[in-house]
Design a protein around this ligand. Sequence first.
Ligand SMILES: Nc1nc2c(ncn2[C@@H]2O[C@H](COP(=O)(O)OP(=O)(O)OP(=O)(O)O)[C@@H](O)[C@H]2O)c(=O)[nH]1
Ligand SMILES: [Mg+2]
Length: 340
Amino acid sequence: MRFIDEARVYVQAGKGGDGAIAFLREKYRPFGGPAGGDGGRGGSVVFEVDEGLSTLLDFKYQPRLIARDGEPGRGKQQYGHQGDDLFVRVPPGTIVFDESDGRVLADLVAPGAQAVIARGGQGGLGNMHFVSSTRRTPRIATPGARGEARWVRMELRLVADAGLVGLPNAGKSTMLAALSAAHPKIAPYPFTTLTPNLGRVRVSDDEAFNLADIPGLIEGAHQGHGLGIRFLRHLQRTRVLVYVIDVTADPLADYAVVRNEVEAFDAGMVGRPALIALNKVDLVEAAAAAARARELAEASGLEVLMVSAEERRGLRPLIDAIVRKLEGREAHSANVTTGL
Ligand SMILES: Nc1nc2c(ncn2[C@@H]2O[C@H](COP(=O)(O)OP(=O)(O)OP(=O)(O)O)[C@@H](O)[C@H]2O)c(=O)[nH]1
Ligand SMILES: [Mg+2]
């Protein structure tokens, strides 16, 4: 399935039904009393989280979402039927913005959560409401109100606890595959990952967290280079960032590039708990790897874990360190864990 994480749709709620003008007709009373009922409320457009969805793809093909109008009131004091609400299923992590002013209309995360995105118009009042001692045969009723209508923009943000960021080819997807049951595409060239992947990392029998892997970032990503930084939004909700750095390249420079891009995208994100997974340590001498890890810990002020995603080494300490950050239990910063 194609992964689509942005969509623009037009939503229109139903108009309320008009109030009716009617009179009870009785044999010797041609105008036997006003009896026009109220119109029914128009249907609303309601977004609802469906856990089974993971993309906004459907909205590419169905960009107009229109709920039904309410029915007009009828004689004999009968109300018109309400227009049915239109329920629209969205994936968990969907944020809905009003396109005209950028206001957040809804932030839908929990399965089953609902939000009214366009409210149906009220039904009009029938003439039975307008009778008074001086006005026995009112010929007035009010029309139904229009339903709300607007263009909305939707953004999907993965609901992950922790996220992997790094340059292309650093081994992020290999790490997600090693830590979870996910099977992201892995290849020995940059820009292998084109859309985010999500996996569930088991910590113990009753503990787990969600981990996201996004396409690699390059210098200038925030100016639109590479795959751009739009995928970083998937890490905006994550509580812990894991910088994946290739030990065989230039760890200090690579970390600086990635951190700068994250900061350019959202300065708040670099203040969050983070750690560094110094990857591919199987490819260099142990002493050289340790020296680079120490340099990196000093320069970044972050905890650095030496790992080999490919050979699945150092993963347990990495999981434990992520869990400590998730739980707000800070390890000493700027230290190095080999755990190999
Ligand atoms: N030797 C070694 N190779 C690794 C390790 N981790 C990843 N690789 C290799 O590095 C290459 C890139 O790995 P990916 O997991 O696709 O890298 P990525 O960071 O997801 O790359 P993008 O999706 O392009 O951003 C693959 O050939 C992996 O097999 C490791 O710990 N040791
Ligand atoms: Mg990848």
